[in-house]
Design a protein around this ligand. Structure first.
Ligand code: GAL
Length: 715
């Protein structure tokens, strides 16, 4: 054989081996309907390990068995040059959702993303507060890549020569249907590591796949009851007297308030932080916290984890921090037990130990120009990239642990999260302030295993204030963040009364919100989620004109029809917000009868309706048979074990049952079985009279449910 022939042979062999290396992974069923494949040599540190996530086995068993949801031979993986290449098939009509907390889009097919923890910069490109590497398909399965790395995602963009259903090559000179982005039949993902764990979650529905994903992480979080009440964050330099006055003002004016957030000024220094009280503003922290607790108001403290050279813990923590600083503050390596002991030891001693109820963990996301760079090193040996992808997860995990140790729940805010962290009691927020995009984020949070609040800060007009307020009431955390503006719920007098009524409605609905969060925890169902997860929902309720070009590009067509301004809140409610300047909007009602939340009147079935609710109302609709447990309006959440009367509102005509959750509302005892579900059954008799029943309290379990009454809302 001559030299050039042997070179050719060698090249041929290399090409062949590369092809051969792309293999169908071996899958092991690790829980009912959950499969795992190990590709190459996965890294020791990954998302599930960062979160310390343990599957909720009982919950997973509850979702039921299901067959492997894809064709195994159509999934391919290979490792080359220390990187892992993954490929999953797509059908022509399939849509994909997820890939983290996106703000502007719900349909992800056709996207190219780099999943990277960052502050959202105004574009859905993968850089976001929670770039969870999970997607769910409209065909009813989900895929999770368990890597604490920046992942490149081609969500149906590359067209392969070996595609089974390739698009037709078209002549742009003559063919008007030529498209710059031809149809692709695969999701491909590049993991910058020599191996990775991949999980596949079966349906049969997309919601089932999401539920299995959440349950595999331990289930969603269960906030304390007070966490679902109202919270006000005060201006950044408030002092103890200012905070007390704020609480008194709420009380006097009859606005609900469960917790107050203190912004940077509670600390002696911030950006970087000391994690110590500023004694000029808070001379007696212990007494102050106690006084607030006696008023029924809890405190939540802002921090970022970057340690000021003036902090008392600075010297001791320094050996356990990264090579680079953030605002010249040391960055604790939260994967190092020493760093954690010192850091959380300080919070425990100075704040949690005197009754502080939670934290707002800021700046753990980005931007690049102030966070540690990717060239930074950390004493644990974990890379800057791995720390960036998990810093928010680690902060949530170990701060929750402090509260678990004293058996009291917390509910706080965090600006970064990732896959694996669904069970942590934290809500994501940011500095961006586009109301429409905030609602799209709320929709997408349900695909990403996180919670999101469309927080209210300030507004140009009373109208905008009220419209924003209406949506935060129908979200995981009802909050005004006045850190900069100093706004109060009553700041816009022309809408103050409406704002108050909405805040009181939030309180009345607490039994519903609490039960829906319990379902997030025990059953994996996100309390706030996309219409796409709702049975009977189809975007094109009316056949729209067929555009030939779009037919050739299913993802482009689908993207043009995505619904990003209405969402499901709990089992029964459909929320369709209005934004400033709007007086009327379209609402897409899934199949089945729907009723007006406020009046009980029938509004439609599987159709698009147009509504003009007036400024005072946010349109909310209830599914037929909807059961909404409410309590009397009040200013604070019920205390641990406090007995509360319940009014069950019933909508429509279908006989229905509802699972009402109950526990002490404040401790982790529910994790040891100290909870119960009471079954509510409601139907209408021949004369149209509502007949309701609730099962007896469970012996030996907490019982906070007093007198129960039933109200038929639909006359
Ligand atoms: C920002 C945060 C705001 C507020 C502010 C205080 O980073 O997003 O909500 O807390 O810091 O300085």
């Amino acid at each position: 054989m001559n030299r050039s022939k042997s070179v050719l042979l060698l090249i041929g062999l290399v090409v062949l081996t590369t092809r051969i290396l792309a293999q169908a992974p071996a899958w092991t069923e690790v829980a009912p309907g959950v499969w795992k494949a190990v590709i190459g040599k996965p890294e020791a540190f990954d998302l599930l390990k960062a979160a310390g996530a343990a599957p909720n086995k009982e919950g997973l068993a509850g979702v039921g068995k299901s067959g492997f949801p894809l064709s195994k031979t159509e999934i391919a993986a290979r490792v080359q040059d220390g990187k892992t290449y993954l490929r999953f098939p797509l059908q022509k009509e399939e849509q994909v959702y997820g890939f983290g907390l996106n703000f502007q889009t719900v349909h992800q097919r056709g996207k190219i993303l780099q999943l990277h923890v960052d502050h959202f910069g105004g574009k859905d490109n993968g850089r976001t507060h929670a770039p969870t590497p999970f997607y769910v398909s409209s065909l009813g399965y989900g895929v999770f890549i368990n890597a604490a790395r920046y992942l490149n995602v081609y969500a149906g963009t590359g067209v392969r020569t070996d595609s089974k259903t390739p698009p037709v090559a078209k002549d742009r000179n003559t063919d008007k249907t030529w498209a710059s982005r031809p149809y692709s039949d695969a999701v491909e993902i590049l993991v910058p590591a020599g191996g990775v764990e991949v999980y596949l979650f079966a349906g049969p529905t997309a919601l089932d796949a999401v539920r299995r994903f959440n349950l595999y992480q331990g289930g969603g979080c269960l906030p304390p009851r007070w966490g679902l009440g109202f919270t006000q964050r005060v201006q950044r330099l408030y002092d103890a007297d200012g905070v007390k006055k704020e609480a008194n003002d709420f009380e006097e004016k009859g606005f609900p308030l469960d917790y107050i957030g203190l912004e940077p000024g509670w600390q002696s220094k911030s950006y970087p932080c000391t994690f110590e009280w500023d004694k000029s503003r808070f001379p007696q922290p212990k007494q102050f916290v106690q006084e607030m607790l006696d008023k029924g108001i809890r405190l939540n403290l802002w921090l970022n984890p970057y340690v000021s050279p003036d902090a008392s813990i600075y010297k001791s923590i320094l050996p356990y921090t990264g090579s680079h600083t953030v605002w010249v503050g040391a960055v604790p390596d939260f994967t190092s037990p020493q760093a954690r002991n010192i850091f959380f030891g300080q919070l425990k001693k100075d704040q949690v130990g005197i009754g502080v109820s939670g934290y707002k963990i800021d700046e753990v996301d980005g931007y690049d120009h102030y966070l540690w760079p990717d060239v930074a090193t950390f004493p644990s040996g974990n890379s800057a990239e791995q720390l960036r992808q998990t810093y928010g997860v680690l902060a949530q995990r170990y701060s929750t642990d402090m509260y678990r140790q004293q058996n009291s729940r917390t509910f706080g805010l965090v600006r970064a999260s990732n896959g694996g962290a669904a069970s942590f009691p934290y809500v994501i927020y940011n500095d961006y302030y586009n109301h429409e995009d905030f609602i799209t984020a709320l929709i997408n949070s349900g695909f990403a295993g996180v919670l999101w609040t469309p927080e209210v800060r300030a507004s140009k007009t009373g109208e905008e204030w009220l419209r924003r307020f209406q949506t935060v009431i129908f979200s995981p955390m009802a909050m005004i963040n006045a850190w900069s503006s100093g706004t109060k719920p009553w700041t816009y007098p022309e809408v103050a009364e409406q704002v108050k009524q909405h805040a009181l409605l939030r309180m009345q609905m607490m039994p519903y919100w609490y039960s829906e969060f319990a379902k997030y925890h025990f059953e994996g169902t996100p309390p706030f989620r996309a219409m796409n997860l709702e049975p009977g929902f189809k975007q094109e309720t009316k056949k729209e004109a067929v555009n030939e070009n779009l037919e050739q590009n299913p993802y482009a067509e689908a993207a043009s029809k995505e619904i990003k301004d209405q969402y499901m809140a709990g089992e029964y409610l459909l929320v369709a917000p209005l934004f400033t300047g709007q007086t009327t909007r379209k609402v897409i009602l899934p199949k089945g009868k729907w009723y007006d939340f406020y009046t009980g009147a029938y509004v439609g079935n599987g159709e698009v309706i147009s509504v003009t609710p007036g400024l005072d109302k946010i349109p909310v609709y209830v599914k037929d048979g909807g059961i909404i447990p409410m309590m009397p309006a009040r200013l604070h959440a019920p205390k641990a074990g406090e007995v509360v009367d319940i009014e069950i509102r019933y909508y429509g005509e279908k006989p229905c049952t509802y699972k009402l959750y109950d526990d002490d509302g404040e401790t982790f005892n529910y994790e040891k079985g100290a909870y119960s579900w009471r079954t509510i059954t409601v139907s209408k008799d021949a004369a149209g009279q509502v007949k309701g029943n609730i099962t007896a309290p469970v012996t030996g379990k907490p019982n906070t449910i007093g007198k129960v009454t039933f109200t038929g809302m639909t006359k």
